[in-house]
Write a protein that binds this ligand. Structure first.
Ligand code: RB5
Length: 143
């Protein structure tokens, strides 16, 4: 898959490790995040990732900040984005199975890297269930 990843200063370490993990699994990864731990603003990285996923240039995205909320709030401003925040593997499974999240958002300051990589694995390998969930997500866009 073509996967984009973005992060602010709180997510640098997890981002770097996840790029290695995803590349080893054969994915093509585009890095939209910062490589520095200097303080920065999550929206500067979330918007370019969202645009790339929305346009179809990428299949999916992963976003990481301290709580995950700054990234999720920003990403979900884009009509074509369903960014779901997850902090354990059960939620990572449901956010794909039920919400068909095309961006997985994770809170680096509140989950271990081991949990983060497990969530990515589960989210990537879970299929959207469709059915009633397709009806529900069809009602999300404003336009
Ligand atoms: C950075 O300190 C922090 O605010 C950011 O990573 C994120 O948690 C925002 O929602």
């Amino acid at each position: 898959m073509k996967i984009g990843i973005c992060n602010d200063h709180a997510g640098v370490e997890y981002k770097q490790k996840l790029i290695k993990y995803l590349s080893c699994k054969g994915h093509e990864v585009t890095d939209f995040g910062t490589g520095s731990t200097e303080m920065c603003d999550y929206a500067d990285f979330a918007h370019p990732l969202a645009s790339a996923v929305e346009s179809g240039a990428l299949d999916a995205g992963i976003a990481i900040c301290g709580t995950g909320n700054g990234m999720a709030i920003t990403l979900n401003k884009h009509q074509g984005i369903r960014a779901g925040l997850a902090w354990n593997t059960a939620i990572a499974r449901l956010v794909k199975g039920h919400n068909n999240a095309n961006v997985l958002v994770m809170p680096a300051r509140f989950v271990s890297y081991r949990m983060a990589v497990s969530m990515v694995r589960v989210w990537l390998t879970t299929a959207f269930e469709g059915g009633r969930h397709a009806r529900r997500i069809s009602k999300i866009p404003l336009a």
